[in-house]
Design a protein around this ligand. Structure first.
Ligand code: C2O
Ligand code: CU
Length: 544
């Protein structure tokens, strides 16, 4: 494969949306940031210059980074952040993925404005498992915040209770024509009647799952998170924060102006969220009398339609062909059961907390709320520096209870705190059940695992039943993903082979949950052979 070189300058740029302008962090002055295009088997070298006033790191979401956690990016997990005025070179190796993945900042809330698409074409000389599209278009679902997003994190941690909502969702950086001062900038996709387009859809949203659709057009889902799926014809998709989806769009309607749109899907009872709709336009080339004032809107499910969400999600399957096989681990060496919860925390006397009962929120995995260390875990592990993390992350929650019931044990409201990792043997076959809980407010949690892709072998509502549920697992063609939605009051079971040594973060991709501590870390040991060990750290690794 080829090696691609990119220069990423992180700096503050001025942007205006919703009738006001603000300074915000960008890469190379762009929002969304640059789209990177590679073939499977290629390498990419990205030199990052931090010209901003804050620390920064970048993450290549959905790329395995085989043996090279040094380039993975989450701050204080695999590296110290790049300080203002400093540089760092990321090396990205596209070995396993094919389709759409993305990159984003992994430092505070900076990813709200620092993100972009990565197109991974088939290996040179190979084709798509579907007819070659006429053209390919990134569709990045994001948010616009009137506030300075970099200040949200400390607010979220301090007061916790205030709804941390954006001012609009966006498509390719634009709120769309339903918002004030937004008609002119609305993203417009020109199409030719009779042609097929590949939409490479990414949810860079921080807050909520989204429904997305296009008026009068069916879409065909063909990929998710950098892996092909069996084609699914659908009127809408449900996409969680962190996920990416490849969708074919056939321009087969009478020439006109049609809207694409996204709205929130949120099952969380009483949680404040953005009920508005972001829009963009599909504009047929040619002459037609254009309904400029009100282009047709798609019929998206209402915000609380869990059925609509699950009826889409349950159709997902791996492509499972000879060229793109589903290699599902059939036996399990290591079984793990993690609860993911939102908890409540007492505030210290000098804080004003605005959460329920004057407390603030916390979030946890197995009731441990993750504390970010001040030196990254990877260096601490590699150089054997003591005191940074503990290796006793539990395999099960602290107690068994009716996870999704109404009456929950009070002692689970307050989590314990720690920087704990779970050690996995090299090549262990892992099954991880992620169980949503009702400890405080129940919500969907899009859980993302760094360094791996996994197969979603089963999921359901209520409590996971270890006797019965595994009997219904799909071990033939389950979807291969890197971010999976743990349904509200439900569970998912994933399987992966721990064949990538390193330090790998697992976390909820809803930003406030991450801020509140819904993270944990896997430490996957080296194998015996030299080529199954973590690579040497690069010379320019940032210092803390
Ligand atoms: Cu897309 Cu750890 O993140
Ligand atoms: Cu979450």
């Amino acid at each position: 494969g080829r090696t691609h070189h990119h220069k990423f300058v992180v700096k503050s740029s001025s942007y205006s949306r919703l009738c006001a302008s603000k300074e915000m962090l960008t890469v190379n002055g762009k929002f969304p940031g640059p789209t990177l295009k590679v073939h499977r088997g290629d390498k990419m070298i990205v030199k990052v210059y931090n010209h901003a006033k804050t620390n920064i790191t970048l993450h290549w979401h959905g790329v395995k980074q085989r043996r090279n956690p040094w380039s993975d990016g989450p701050e204080y997990i695999t590296q110290c952040p790049i300080q203002p005025g400093k540089t760092y070179i990321y090396k990205i190796d596209f070995t396993d993925e094919e389709g759409t993945v993305w990159w984003h900042a992994h430092s505070g809330w900076a990813r709200a404005t620092i993100h972009g698409a990565i197109f991974i074409y088939p290996k040179l000389g190979y084709g798509y498992p579907f007819l070659k599209p006429f053209s390919e278009v990134p569709i990045i679902l994001g948010e616009w915040w009137k506030k300075d997003v970099m200040k949200i994190e400390s607010n979220a941690n301090r007061t916790g209770g205030e709804p941390i909502l954006s001012d609009s969702y966006t498509i390719n950086g634009q709120p769309g024509y339903l918002y004030p001062c937004s008609t002119k900038g609305t993203f417009r996709m020109k199409v030719k009647q009779g042609k097929t387009y590949l939409l490479r859809i990414i949810s860079a949203v921080m807050d909520e799952d989204l429904f997305f659709g296009i008026a009068h057009h069916k879409m065909t889902l063909v990929g998710k998170d950098g892996f092909y799926t069996k084609p699914i014809q659908t009127d809408y998709i449900m996409i969680t924060p962190g996920q990416s989806m490849d969708v074919l769009l056939e321009a087969n309607q009478p020439p006109s102006l049609y809207s694409m749109a996204a709205t929130a899907y949120s099952s969380a009872f009483g949680a404040g969220f953005d009920k508005t709709m972001t829009t963009a336009l599909v504009d047929y080339i040619g002459t037609y009398s254009s309904p400029i004032t009100s282009p047709l809107l798609p019929n998206l499910p209402p915000h609380n339609r869990t059925e609509a969400s699950t009826s889409f999600t349950k159709q997902l399957r791996s492509l499972g062909t000879k060229e793109h096989p589903a290699n599902v681990p059939l036996h399990v060496d290591t079984f793990l059961f993690f609860t993911v919860s939102v908890n409540l925390l007492n505030c210290t006397t000098n804080e004003t907390c605005t959460g329920p009962f004057g407390k603030r929120f916390a979030a946890s995995v197995n009731n441990i709320s993750f504390m970010t260390p001040s030196l990254d875990i990877l260096e601490a592990y590699y150089y054997k520096i003591p005191g940074v993390f503990e290796m006793d992350f539990p395999r099960n929650p602290p107690m068994e209870f009716n996870y999704t019931g109404d009456k929950l044990p009070d002692n689970l409201l307050t989590p314990s705190f720690g920087t704990k990792v779970m050690v996995l043997e090299y090549n262990a076959s892992v099954e991880l059940v992620l169980q949503g809980t009702n400890v405080l407010a129940s919500d969907n949690h899009p859980v993302h695992l760094h360094g791996y892709s996994f197969y979603v072998v089963g999921w359901g509502f209520g409590n996971f039943n270890p006797k019965e549920d595994p009997l219904r697992y799909n071990l033939v063609d389950p979807p291969q993903e890197t971010t999976v939605g743990v349904p509200q009051n439900g569970w998912v079971a994933i399987r992966f082979k721990a064949d990538n040594p390193g330090v790998w973060l697992l976390h909820c991709h809803i930003e406030r949950h991450t801020t509140w501590g819904m993270n944990m870390v896997f430490l996957v040991k080296n194998g015996e052979d030299p080529d199954t060990r973590i690579l040497k750290p690069p010379h320019d690794l940032p210092k803390c």
